[in-house]
Ligand binder design. Structure first.
Ligand SMILES: O=C(O)C1=C[C@@H](OP(=O)(O)O)[C@@H](O)[C@H](O)C1
Ligand SMILES: C=C(OP(=O)(O)O)C(=O)O
Length: 414
């Protein structure tokens, strides 16, 4: 797909999808509560897939989580405790994304789960649930927090169903913590008795209450509009609706991060307004930590390289096991423009550039929606091709329509 910008400042209003993280939790909690409504569900593929698989589960013995991490991990726990028997499968990439920590924890809680191919990876065979006889004591589990927080969210959500409840002790350097906090907050909203104290998470046994919940717009999706405003000609501004100052989403961290790239955020009653500011003087190399917000890393790496404002990026450990190896993908694609993402010390990657130029390069997207959306804003600096553009459907199916509405010239045939 060929993308170009006709010139002049960017302005207008853009529609965002609803958060797939909030939606996929709310759908699991709704299923466990046996009622309630989830409002503002987006058409994001991961959200629709979760909805469909939850509805299909009772009558089928093969469920395909495709490439959706939350669907694979949350359903593993949900199907285990609801005594489902069958196979839970996924794409070739999903079969390379580890799930051993979650499976081991669920086995200790009483689930029968087998690996169908490789030990520690999907696909899985689920063979029911036998709760421990000791109904008084909570199931106590030590779980690594340094691979994926989705295992912890998955376990927490089924915690009320376990006889005696659940006590999780997180070990290692916990990543993506705001996603765990989001899970706890939504569980409480759905009537669960649970608490989080640093590395100890406690869930008391009980029932969820049918609850009506309206999903907030997606802050990770908003991050691409921040890039657009940062890279657009002077005077650019955009309004995004459905985002709240009080958010459950850790990716709201983009508000602060983008101040370093000249984007100012104003909160309004129904969303936010982004405005480009003249760049403020800054330290030679900025350091930003993505431990809590890994999905923002691609957005920021591309903007930092394009503006040649070097950033030392830390907390990127989980990027190698997402939709693709995002570090390798960023390195390969940034290099096409004169950008660079180099490990300058253990775990610290510097995003920078020499003579960054956009002139009809073709960006490979590696089956990763965020590669497509993080690189698309470069079209403001020159014409650009994005390969396999439909990949955005995972979280933001309307992304290209929204770019077209804001003035980009898009030729899908190219
Ligand atoms: O719980 C969630 O909704 C998510 C948690 C994060 O994954 P990790 O916990 O694997 O970092 C994030 O990258 C993913 O897009 C969504
Ligand atoms: C990592 C992501 O998703 P998931 O892990 O749910 O596949 C993402 O959306 O960036």
């Amino acid at each position: 797909m060929h993308l170009s910008w006709p010139g002049g400042p960017l302005h207008g209003t853009a529609q965002l999808p609803a958060s797939k993280s909030e939606a996929n939790r709310a759908l699991i909690l709704q299923a466990l509560a046996g009622g309630g409504t989830v409002g503002n569900l987006s058409d994001a593929h991961d959200t629709q897939l979760m909805r469909r698989l939850l509805a299909a589960a009772p009558g089928t013995d093969v469920l395909d989580a495709e490439d959706a991490g939350t669907v694979m991990r949350f359903l593993t726990a949900y199907l285990a405790v609801t005594n489902w028997h069958g196979r839970l499968v996924g794409t070739a990439r999903m079969q390379q994304r580890p799930i051993g920590v979650l499976v081991e924890a669920l086995r200790q809680a009483g689930a029968g789960i087998k690996y169908l191919n490789n030990e520690g990876y999907p696909p899985l065979e689920l063979a029911g649930f036998t709760a421990s006889k000791e109904t008084e004591a909570p199931t106590e589990l030590a779980v690594r927090g340094d691979i994926s927080s989705q295992y912890i969210s998955a376990l927490l959500m089924v915690g009320p169903r376990l006889p005696g409840g659940l006590r999780l002790r997180l070990t290692g350097h916990v990543g993506s913590r705001p996603y765990i906090n989001m899970t706890v907050a939504l569980m409480q909203l759905f009537g669960a008795d649970c608490s989080a104290e640093d590395a100890t998470l406690t869930v008391r046994p009980g029932h969820y209450q049918p609850t009506d919940y309206t999903v907030e717009s997606d802050w990770s999706a908003a991050s691409y509009w921040y890039s657009l405003v940062a890279l657009a000609p002077a005077g650019s501004e955009i309004t995004l609706s459905g985002l709240r100052r009080e958010s459950l989403q850790g990716d709201q961290a983009i508000v602060e991060m983008m101040t370093h790239f000249g984007v100012e955020t104003t909160f309004r009653p129904d969303g936010i307004h982004l405005k480009q500011q003249p760049p403020a003087p800054q330290a030679e190399v900025l350091t930003l930590d993505f431990t809590d917000c890994p999905d923002l890393a691609q957005t920021v790496a591309v903007v930092a390289a394009a503006l040649n404002r070097p950033v030392d990026m830390t907390g990127l450990e989980s990027l190698r096991i997402k939709e693709t190896d995002r570090i390798a993908a960023l390195q390969a694609e940034l290099a096409k423009f004169g950008g660079d993402l180099r490990e300058v010390s253990a775990g610290c990657f510097r995003a920078e550039s020499v003579g960054f130029a956009v002139n009809n390069q073709s960006v490979a997207t590696y089956h990763d929606h965020r590669m497509a959306m993080a690189f698309a804003p470069l079209a403001l600096r020159g014409p650009l091709n994005i390969e396999s553009p439909t990949v955005v459907k995972k979280s933001y199916p309307q992304f290209w329509n929204e770019l077209a509405k804001s003035g980009f010239v898009i030729n899908e045939a190219d």
